[in-house]
Design a binder for this molecule. Structure first.
Ligand SMILES: [Zn+2]
Length: 481
Protein backbone atom coordinates (compact mmCIF):
# COMPACT_ATOMS: atom_id res chain seq x y z
CA UNK A 1 0.00 0.00 0.00
CA UNK A 2 1.49 3.30 -1.05
CA UNK A 3 1.20 5.92 1.64
CA UNK A 4 -1.42 8.64 1.25
CA UNK A 5 1.07 11.50 1.74
CA UNK A 6 3.09 10.32 -1.25
CA UNK A 7 0.21 9.92 -3.67
CA UNK A 8 -1.31 13.28 -2.67
CA UNK A 9 2.01 15.13 -2.95
CA UNK A 10 1.85 18.92 -3.23
CA UNK A 11 4.54 20.56 -5.35
CA UNK A 12 4.39 23.78 -3.35
CA UNK A 13 5.34 22.01 -0.11
CA UNK A 14 8.97 21.23 -0.76
CA UNK A 15 9.90 20.60 2.88
CA UNK A 16 7.10 18.07 3.29
CA UNK A 17 8.12 16.42 0.04
CA UNK A 18 11.72 16.10 1.25
CA UNK A 19 10.42 14.50 4.45
CA UNK A 20 8.27 12.02 2.52
CA UNK A 21 11.20 11.04 0.32
CA UNK A 22 13.57 10.67 3.26
CA UNK A 23 11.10 8.21 4.80
CA UNK A 24 11.11 5.95 1.72
CA UNK A 25 12.84 2.61 1.64
CA UNK A 26 16.11 2.99 -0.30
CA UNK A 27 15.85 6.76 0.13
CA UNK A 28 19.56 6.90 -0.67
CA UNK A 29 18.66 6.43 -4.33
CA UNK A 30 16.60 9.62 -4.34
CA UNK A 31 18.31 12.93 -4.97
CA UNK A 32 17.53 16.11 -3.06
CA UNK A 33 15.39 18.70 -4.81
CA UNK A 34 17.53 21.78 -5.25
CA UNK A 35 14.75 24.34 -5.28
CA UNK A 36 13.97 26.94 -2.69
CA UNK A 37 10.34 27.64 -3.46
CA UNK A 38 7.50 26.82 -5.82
CA UNK A 39 4.33 28.89 -5.79
CA UNK A 40 1.16 27.96 -7.64
CA UNK A 41 -1.83 30.26 -7.27
CA UNK A 42 -3.53 33.48 -8.25
CA UNK A 43 -1.47 36.68 -8.50
CA UNK A 44 1.68 34.87 -7.39
CA UNK A 45 3.67 36.90 -9.92
CA UNK A 46 3.06 40.03 -7.85
CA UNK A 47 5.67 38.66 -5.44
CA UNK A 48 8.47 38.52 -7.98
CA UNK A 49 10.53 41.14 -6.09
CA UNK A 50 10.21 39.13 -2.87
CA UNK A 51 11.51 36.11 -4.79
CA UNK A 52 14.59 37.99 -5.98
CA UNK A 53 15.10 39.48 -2.52
CA UNK A 54 15.07 36.02 -0.97
CA UNK A 55 17.98 35.04 -3.21
CA UNK A 56 20.28 38.05 -3.33
CA UNK A 57 20.91 41.40 -1.68
CA UNK A 58 22.18 42.57 -5.11
CA UNK A 59 20.33 45.09 -7.22
CA UNK A 60 20.88 44.06 -10.84
CA UNK A 61 18.41 41.71 -12.52
CA UNK A 62 18.70 40.20 -15.98
CA UNK A 63 15.22 39.52 -17.34
CA UNK A 64 15.18 36.96 -20.17
CA UNK A 65 12.19 36.46 -22.46
CA UNK A 66 11.28 35.30 -25.94
CA UNK A 67 9.82 37.65 -28.56
CA UNK A 68 6.11 36.75 -28.34
CA UNK A 69 3.44 38.78 -26.58
CA UNK A 70 2.07 37.11 -23.45
CA UNK A 71 -1.06 38.42 -21.73
CA UNK A 72 -2.79 37.26 -18.55
CA UNK A 73 -6.51 36.55 -18.07
CA UNK A 74 -7.10 40.26 -17.31
CA UNK A 75 -5.44 41.23 -20.60
CA UNK A 76 -2.27 42.67 -19.06
CA UNK A 77 1.07 42.32 -20.84
CA UNK A 78 2.87 39.86 -18.54
CA UNK A 79 6.46 40.70 -19.42
CA UNK A 80 5.88 44.45 -19.05
CA UNK A 81 4.10 43.82 -15.75
CA UNK A 82 7.04 41.82 -14.39
CA UNK A 83 9.50 44.45 -15.61
CA UNK A 84 7.44 47.23 -13.94
CA UNK A 85 7.35 45.28 -10.69
CA UNK A 86 11.08 44.58 -10.78
CA UNK A 87 11.99 48.16 -11.71
CA UNK A 88 10.45 49.41 -8.47
CA UNK A 89 13.38 47.85 -6.62
CA UNK A 90 15.96 46.74 -9.16
CA UNK A 91 18.04 47.81 -12.11
CA UNK A 92 16.61 45.65 -14.90
CA UNK A 93 18.26 44.56 -18.15
CA UNK A 94 15.50 43.04 -20.29
CA UNK A 95 17.02 40.71 -22.90
CA UNK A 96 14.70 39.48 -25.66
CA UNK A 97 15.96 36.35 -27.38
CA UNK A 98 14.87 36.06 -30.98
CA UNK A 99 15.69 34.19 -34.13
CA UNK A 100 14.81 35.07 -37.72
CA UNK A 101 11.78 32.74 -37.89
CA UNK A 102 10.62 34.01 -34.45
CA UNK A 103 10.88 30.49 -33.00
CA UNK A 104 13.57 30.45 -30.32
CA UNK A 105 15.51 27.19 -30.06
CA UNK A 106 17.28 25.86 -26.98
CA UNK A 107 20.77 25.87 -28.46
CA UNK A 108 24.15 26.46 -26.79
CA UNK A 109 24.47 29.48 -29.14
CA UNK A 110 21.38 31.11 -27.62
CA UNK A 111 22.62 30.23 -24.14
CA UNK A 112 25.87 32.05 -24.98
CA UNK A 113 23.86 35.17 -25.91
CA UNK A 114 22.30 35.12 -22.43
CA UNK A 115 25.68 34.54 -20.78
CA UNK A 116 27.07 37.57 -22.61
CA UNK A 117 24.76 39.74 -20.44
CA UNK A 118 25.88 38.28 -17.08
CA UNK A 119 28.45 40.96 -16.21
CA UNK A 120 27.48 42.48 -12.85
CA UNK A 121 24.15 40.59 -12.72
CA UNK A 122 22.88 39.40 -9.31
CA UNK A 123 19.83 37.38 -10.35
CA UNK A 124 18.27 36.07 -13.57
CA UNK A 125 14.49 36.19 -14.03
CA UNK A 126 13.28 34.10 -16.97
CA UNK A 127 9.72 34.60 -18.20
CA UNK A 128 8.31 32.14 -20.72
CA UNK A 129 7.76 28.54 -21.69
CA UNK A 130 9.99 25.48 -21.70
CA UNK A 131 12.59 26.82 -24.12
CA UNK A 132 13.28 30.01 -22.15
CA UNK A 133 13.42 27.97 -18.93
CA UNK A 134 15.82 25.40 -20.43
CA UNK A 135 18.04 28.16 -21.80
CA UNK A 136 18.17 30.06 -18.50
CA UNK A 137 18.98 26.89 -16.55
CA UNK A 138 21.67 25.89 -19.04
CA UNK A 139 23.20 29.37 -19.41
CA UNK A 140 23.53 30.00 -15.67
CA UNK A 141 24.81 26.51 -14.88
CA UNK A 142 27.47 26.31 -17.58
CA UNK A 143 28.64 29.86 -16.84
CA UNK A 144 29.50 28.93 -13.26
CA UNK A 145 28.73 25.35 -12.20
CA UNK A 146 29.90 25.79 -8.62
CA UNK A 147 27.96 28.93 -7.95
CA UNK A 148 25.37 29.59 -10.64
CA UNK A 149 23.42 32.85 -10.54
CA UNK A 150 20.11 32.63 -8.65
CA UNK A 151 17.31 31.91 -11.11
CA UNK A 152 13.64 32.84 -10.83
CA UNK A 153 11.33 31.42 -13.51
CA UNK A 154 7.90 32.84 -14.21
CA UNK A 155 6.17 30.03 -16.07
CA UNK A 156 3.78 31.32 -18.74
CA UNK A 157 2.10 28.07 -19.84
CA UNK A 158 1.52 24.56 -18.51
CA UNK A 159 3.20 23.31 -21.67
CA UNK A 160 5.83 20.87 -20.34
CA UNK A 161 7.02 19.36 -17.07
CA UNK A 162 10.57 20.66 -17.42
CA UNK A 163 10.20 23.79 -15.29
CA UNK A 164 10.90 21.96 -12.07
CA UNK A 165 13.85 19.74 -12.92
CA UNK A 166 17.60 20.05 -13.10
CA UNK A 167 18.18 19.36 -16.77
CA UNK A 168 17.75 21.14 -20.09
CA UNK A 169 16.66 19.65 -23.39
CA UNK A 170 19.07 21.26 -25.83
CA UNK A 171 19.49 21.06 -29.57
CA UNK A 172 23.16 20.10 -29.87
CA UNK A 173 24.64 19.46 -33.32
CA UNK A 174 21.08 19.16 -34.59
CA UNK A 175 20.23 16.41 -32.07
CA UNK A 176 17.90 16.79 -29.08
CA UNK A 177 19.86 15.97 -25.96
CA UNK A 178 18.83 16.09 -22.34
CA UNK A 179 21.79 17.58 -20.51
CA UNK A 180 22.28 18.03 -16.80
CA UNK A 181 21.88 21.66 -15.78
CA UNK A 182 20.29 23.06 -12.62
CA UNK A 183 16.91 23.74 -11.03
CA UNK A 184 15.35 27.17 -11.10
CA UNK A 185 15.88 28.45 -7.56
CA UNK A 186 12.31 29.73 -7.42
CA UNK A 187 9.43 28.80 -9.73
CA UNK A 188 6.38 31.04 -9.96
CA UNK A 189 3.21 29.66 -11.52
CA UNK A 190 0.48 32.29 -11.64
CA UNK A 191 -2.84 30.69 -12.61
CA UNK A 192 -3.94 34.04 -14.07
CA UNK A 193 -1.00 33.81 -16.50
CA UNK A 194 -1.02 30.11 -17.40
CA UNK A 195 -4.85 30.24 -17.54
CA UNK A 196 -4.59 32.74 -20.40
CA UNK A 197 -2.08 30.67 -22.38
CA UNK A 198 -3.39 29.25 -25.66
CA UNK A 199 -5.46 26.11 -24.90
CA UNK A 200 -3.14 24.03 -27.09
CA UNK A 201 -0.18 24.94 -24.86
CA UNK A 202 -1.87 23.75 -21.68
CA UNK A 203 -3.09 20.65 -23.48
CA UNK A 204 0.58 20.13 -24.31
CA UNK A 205 1.37 19.85 -20.59
CA UNK A 206 -1.45 17.35 -20.23
CA UNK A 207 0.13 15.52 -23.18
CA UNK A 208 3.61 15.51 -21.60
CA UNK A 209 2.01 13.64 -18.69
CA UNK A 210 0.81 10.83 -20.97
CA UNK A 211 4.42 9.62 -20.63
CA UNK A 212 3.52 8.69 -17.04
CA UNK A 213 2.00 5.48 -18.43
CA UNK A 214 5.05 4.39 -20.42
CA UNK A 215 8.26 6.11 -19.29
CA UNK A 216 8.40 4.66 -15.75
CA UNK A 217 7.91 1.13 -17.10
CA UNK A 218 10.66 1.70 -19.65
CA UNK A 219 12.84 2.91 -16.77
CA UNK A 220 12.03 -0.15 -14.68
CA UNK A 221 12.61 -2.49 -17.63
CA UNK A 222 16.03 -0.94 -18.27
CA UNK A 223 16.97 -1.41 -14.62
CA UNK A 224 15.84 -5.03 -14.53
CA UNK A 225 17.98 -5.71 -17.59
CA UNK A 226 21.06 -3.94 -16.22
CA UNK A 227 20.67 -1.20 -18.81
CA UNK A 228 19.77 1.59 -16.40
CA UNK A 229 20.32 2.43 -12.78
CA UNK A 230 18.78 3.81 -9.64
CA UNK A 231 15.17 2.86 -10.33
CA UNK A 232 12.88 3.84 -7.49
CA UNK A 233 9.11 3.63 -7.32
CA UNK A 234 8.55 6.87 -5.34
CA UNK A 235 9.02 9.41 -8.19
CA UNK A 236 6.20 7.81 -10.20
CA UNK A 237 4.05 6.81 -7.22
CA UNK A 238 4.05 10.50 -6.35
CA UNK A 239 2.18 11.45 -9.52
CA UNK A 240 0.32 8.35 -10.77
CA UNK A 241 -2.92 8.79 -8.81
CA UNK A 242 -3.17 12.52 -9.47
CA UNK A 243 -2.43 11.83 -13.13
CA UNK A 244 -5.24 9.29 -13.20
CA UNK A 245 -7.63 11.90 -11.80
CA UNK A 246 -6.48 14.32 -14.46
CA UNK A 247 -7.29 11.79 -17.17
CA UNK A 248 -10.74 11.36 -15.63
CA UNK A 249 -11.15 15.14 -15.74
CA UNK A 250 -10.09 15.44 -19.39
CA UNK A 251 -13.43 16.93 -20.45
CA UNK A 252 -13.29 19.54 -17.68
CA UNK A 253 -9.77 20.52 -18.71
CA UNK A 254 -11.00 21.07 -22.27
CA UNK A 255 -13.76 23.28 -20.87
CA UNK A 256 -11.17 25.44 -19.08
CA UNK A 257 -12.16 24.41 -15.53
CA UNK A 258 -9.99 26.49 -13.17
CA UNK A 259 -9.72 23.77 -10.50
CA UNK A 260 -8.49 21.19 -13.03
CA UNK A 261 -6.01 23.72 -14.43
CA UNK A 262 -4.60 24.11 -10.91
CA UNK A 263 -4.42 20.32 -10.58
CA UNK A 264 -2.58 20.13 -13.91
CA UNK A 265 -0.10 22.74 -12.63
CA UNK A 266 0.56 20.64 -9.54
CA UNK A 267 0.96 17.28 -11.31
CA UNK A 268 3.07 18.75 -14.09
CA UNK A 269 5.39 20.37 -11.56
CA UNK A 270 5.58 17.11 -9.59
CA UNK A 271 6.44 15.31 -12.81
CA UNK A 272 9.40 17.66 -13.25
CA UNK A 273 10.42 17.02 -9.64
CA UNK A 274 10.20 13.26 -10.26
CA UNK A 275 13.02 13.64 -12.80
CA UNK A 276 15.04 15.64 -10.30
CA UNK A 277 14.52 12.99 -7.63
CA UNK A 278 15.85 10.37 -10.03
CA UNK A 279 18.54 12.78 -11.25
CA UNK A 280 17.65 11.71 -14.79
CA UNK A 281 14.65 12.23 -17.04
CA UNK A 282 13.77 8.50 -17.11
CA UNK A 283 10.65 8.76 -14.88
CA UNK A 284 9.04 11.02 -17.47
CA UNK A 285 10.84 10.27 -20.73
CA UNK A 286 10.81 6.87 -22.39
CA UNK A 287 10.11 5.54 -25.86
CA UNK A 288 7.31 8.10 -26.42
CA UNK A 289 9.83 10.91 -26.02
CA UNK A 290 12.39 9.48 -28.43
CA UNK A 291 9.78 9.20 -31.18
CA UNK A 292 8.99 12.85 -30.55
CA UNK A 293 12.68 13.84 -30.45
CA UNK A 294 13.23 12.29 -33.89
CA UNK A 295 10.36 14.29 -35.37
CA UNK A 296 11.92 17.45 -33.90
CA UNK A 297 15.28 16.51 -35.41
CA UNK A 298 13.69 16.16 -38.84
CA UNK A 299 12.01 19.56 -38.63
CA UNK A 300 15.09 21.39 -39.92
CA UNK A 301 15.25 19.29 -43.09
CA UNK A 302 11.48 19.54 -43.51
CA UNK A 303 11.65 23.33 -43.09
CA UNK A 304 8.93 23.31 -40.51
CA UNK A 305 8.66 24.51 -36.93
CA UNK A 306 8.83 22.29 -33.88
CA UNK A 307 5.43 21.16 -32.59
CA UNK A 308 4.30 21.73 -29.03
CA UNK A 309 6.41 19.19 -27.18
CA UNK A 310 3.68 17.62 -25.06
CA UNK A 311 1.11 17.25 -27.83
CA UNK A 312 3.65 15.42 -29.97
CA UNK A 313 4.74 13.29 -27.01
CA UNK A 314 1.11 12.35 -26.31
CA UNK A 315 0.49 11.12 -29.86
CA UNK A 316 3.69 9.09 -29.53
CA UNK A 317 2.47 8.01 -26.09
CA UNK A 318 -0.50 6.22 -27.66
CA UNK A 319 2.00 4.29 -29.80
CA UNK A 320 4.08 3.44 -26.74
CA UNK A 321 0.97 2.25 -24.87
CA UNK A 322 0.24 -0.06 -27.82
CA UNK A 323 3.82 -1.36 -27.68
CA UNK A 324 3.59 -2.02 -23.94
CA UNK A 325 0.22 -3.66 -24.43
CA UNK A 326 1.88 -6.00 -26.93
CA UNK A 327 4.73 -6.81 -24.55
CA UNK A 328 2.42 -7.61 -21.66
CA UNK A 329 -0.17 -9.60 -23.62
CA UNK A 330 1.39 -11.06 -26.77
CA UNK A 331 5.13 -11.33 -26.24
CA UNK A 332 6.26 -14.92 -25.80
CA UNK A 333 9.52 -15.17 -23.83
CA UNK A 334 9.82 -18.85 -24.74
CA UNK A 335 9.99 -18.01 -28.44
CA UNK A 336 13.13 -15.90 -27.93
CA UNK A 337 16.37 -17.34 -29.28
CA UNK A 338 18.80 -15.68 -26.88
CA UNK A 339 21.85 -16.02 -29.10
CA UNK A 340 20.15 -14.16 -31.93
CA UNK A 341 19.49 -11.12 -29.75
CA UNK A 342 22.97 -9.64 -29.92
CA UNK A 343 23.84 -7.84 -33.17
CA UNK A 344 27.50 -6.80 -33.32
CA UNK A 345 28.73 -3.20 -33.27
CA UNK A 346 29.95 -3.66 -36.86
CA UNK A 347 26.48 -4.77 -37.90
CA UNK A 348 24.67 -1.90 -36.19
CA UNK A 349 26.94 1.05 -37.00
CA UNK A 350 25.90 1.37 -40.67
CA UNK A 351 22.23 0.86 -39.72
CA UNK A 352 22.28 3.60 -37.10
CA UNK A 353 24.19 5.99 -39.33
CA UNK A 354 21.90 5.31 -42.32
CA UNK A 355 18.87 6.15 -40.17
CA UNK A 356 20.12 9.67 -39.42
CA UNK A 357 22.49 10.55 -42.26
CA UNK A 358 19.84 12.39 -44.28
CA UNK A 359 19.39 14.96 -41.49
CA UNK A 360 22.46 17.03 -42.38
CA UNK A 361 25.39 17.25 -44.80
CA UNK A 362 28.05 16.96 -42.14
CA UNK A 363 27.00 13.53 -40.71
CA UNK A 364 26.96 15.20 -37.29
CA UNK A 365 23.52 13.87 -36.27
CA UNK A 366 24.43 10.35 -37.45
CA UNK A 367 27.75 10.42 -35.58
CA UNK A 368 26.15 11.85 -32.43
CA UNK A 369 23.46 9.12 -32.41
CA UNK A 370 25.95 6.31 -33.07
CA UNK A 371 28.23 7.51 -30.28
CA UNK A 372 25.33 7.14 -27.85
CA UNK A 373 23.86 3.97 -29.34
CA UNK A 374 27.23 2.23 -29.27
CA UNK A 375 27.27 2.55 -25.47
CA UNK A 376 23.80 1.00 -25.21
CA UNK A 377 24.67 -1.92 -27.46
CA UNK A 378 27.89 -2.60 -25.58
CA UNK A 379 25.99 -2.63 -22.29
CA UNK A 380 23.33 -4.91 -23.79
CA UNK A 381 26.03 -7.46 -24.70
CA UNK A 382 27.53 -7.24 -21.23
CA UNK A 383 24.21 -7.96 -19.50
CA UNK A 384 23.14 -11.08 -21.35
CA UNK A 385 22.63 -13.08 -18.16
CA UNK A 386 20.18 -10.49 -16.86
CA UNK A 387 18.13 -10.88 -20.03
CA UNK A 388 18.12 -14.66 -19.67
CA UNK A 389 16.87 -14.21 -16.13
CA UNK A 390 14.24 -11.73 -17.30
CA UNK A 391 12.88 -14.22 -19.85
CA UNK A 392 12.77 -16.94 -17.19
CA UNK A 393 10.80 -14.72 -14.80
CA UNK A 394 8.70 -12.82 -17.30
CA UNK A 395 5.43 -13.42 -15.43
CA UNK A 396 6.83 -11.78 -12.30
CA UNK A 397 7.89 -8.79 -14.34
CA UNK A 398 4.42 -8.52 -15.88
CA UNK A 399 2.73 -8.67 -12.47
CA UNK A 400 4.96 -5.84 -11.18
CA UNK A 401 4.35 -3.45 -14.05
CA UNK A 402 0.68 -4.21 -14.80
CA UNK A 403 -0.63 -1.49 -12.41
CA UNK A 404 1.69 1.08 -13.98
CA UNK A 405 0.34 0.94 -17.54
CA UNK A 406 -2.94 1.92 -19.22
CA UNK A 407 -4.71 0.51 -22.24
CA UNK A 408 -3.98 2.61 -25.35
CA UNK A 409 -7.71 2.80 -26.14
CA UNK A 410 -8.37 4.43 -22.75
CA UNK A 411 -5.56 6.96 -23.21
CA UNK A 412 -6.76 7.87 -26.72
CA UNK A 413 -10.33 8.25 -25.44
CA UNK A 414 -9.18 10.62 -22.66
CA UNK A 415 -7.10 12.61 -25.13
CA UNK A 416 -10.09 13.01 -27.43
CA UNK A 417 -12.09 14.30 -24.47
CA UNK A 418 -9.30 16.75 -23.56
CA UNK A 419 -9.28 18.08 -27.13
CA UNK A 420 -5.68 16.93 -27.39
CA UNK A 421 -4.53 16.17 -30.93
CA UNK A 422 -4.34 12.39 -31.38
CA UNK A 423 -2.73 12.32 -34.82
CA UNK A 424 0.66 13.59 -35.98
CA UNK A 425 -1.07 15.07 -39.05
CA UNK A 426 -3.11 17.52 -36.95
CA UNK A 427 -0.31 18.85 -34.71
CA UNK A 428 0.41 22.58 -34.84
CA UNK A 429 3.08 21.84 -37.45
CA UNK A 430 1.52 18.82 -39.17
CA UNK A 431 3.89 15.86 -39.37
CA UNK A 432 3.58 13.86 -42.60
CA UNK A 433 3.16 10.08 -42.56
CA UNK A 434 6.65 9.45 -43.96
CA UNK A 435 8.41 11.44 -41.22
CA UNK A 436 6.27 9.99 -38.42
CA UNK A 437 6.83 6.43 -39.68
CA UNK A 438 10.57 7.08 -39.95
CA UNK A 439 10.58 8.38 -36.37
CA UNK A 440 8.75 5.31 -35.09
CA UNK A 441 10.94 2.86 -36.99
CA UNK A 442 14.25 4.39 -35.91
CA UNK A 443 13.68 6.01 -32.53
CA UNK A 444 15.45 3.25 -30.58
CA UNK A 445 18.65 4.00 -32.53
CA UNK A 446 18.94 7.55 -31.25
CA UNK A 447 20.14 7.32 -27.69
CA UNK A 448 21.75 5.32 -24.93
CA UNK A 449 18.59 4.93 -22.83
CA UNK A 450 16.92 1.51 -23.03
CA UNK A 451 13.20 1.17 -23.73
CA UNK A 452 10.67 -1.54 -24.57
CA UNK A 453 11.44 -0.89 -28.25
CA UNK A 454 15.06 -2.00 -27.78
CA UNK A 455 13.85 -5.23 -26.24
CA UNK A 456 11.50 -5.85 -29.16
CA UNK A 457 14.20 -4.93 -31.68
CA UNK A 458 16.81 -7.25 -30.19
CA UNK A 459 14.28 -10.09 -30.03
CA UNK A 460 13.42 -9.64 -33.71
CA UNK A 461 9.87 -8.34 -33.17
CA UNK A 462 10.47 -4.70 -34.06
CA UNK A 463 10.47 -4.12 -37.82
CA UNK A 464 8.54 -2.13 -40.43
CA UNK A 465 5.63 -4.60 -40.41
CA UNK A 466 5.31 -4.33 -36.64
CA UNK A 467 5.33 -0.52 -36.85
CA UNK A 468 2.63 -0.77 -39.51
CA UNK A 469 0.49 -2.81 -37.10
CA UNK A 470 0.91 -0.14 -34.41
CA UNK A 471 -0.19 2.49 -36.93
CA UNK A 472 -3.26 0.43 -37.84
CA UNK A 473 -4.26 -0.16 -34.23
CA UNK A 474 -3.87 3.55 -33.45
CA UNK A 475 -5.93 4.39 -36.52
CA UNK A 476 -8.75 2.35 -35.02
CA UNK A 477 -8.72 4.82 -32.10
CA UNK A 478 -8.79 7.80 -34.47
CA UNK A 479 -5.15 8.34 -33.55
CA UNK A 480 -1.64 7.87 -34.96
CA UNK A 481 -0.61 9.23 -38.35
ZN1 LIG B 1 8.51 15.86 -21.99
Amino acid sequence: MIEERLIRADATKLDELAEIMAAQEHAELLHPIGMQDISIGHKTVEKVCDAVKALTPGKKVLMVTGPTLIVDTAGNNVKERVRDLLEKEYEVDWFVLSEPDSIVHATPENAAKIQARFEGVDCVVGIGGGTICDLCKYATFYFNKDNPLPLVIVQTALSVNAFSDNSSVMLINGVKRTVHSRYPTILIIDLGIVGAAPAEMNVSGYGDLIATWTAPVDWYLGNVLGMGKNFHTAPSDMIRTQCEELLENSEKLAAGDAKVLGDLANVLTLSGLSMGLADESSPASGSEHVMSHLIDMASGVRHTGICYHGTQVAVSGINSCIIWDYLLNDFDPKAVDLDKCYPSLEEMEPKVKAAFDWLDDTHSAANECWADYEKKLTKWHANKEKFRDFLDHFDEFKATVAPWVKKPEYIADCMHKANAPCRYSVLNFPVDAKTATWAMNNCHLMRNRFSVIDLLFYTGVWNEDFVQKIIERADGMDAGL
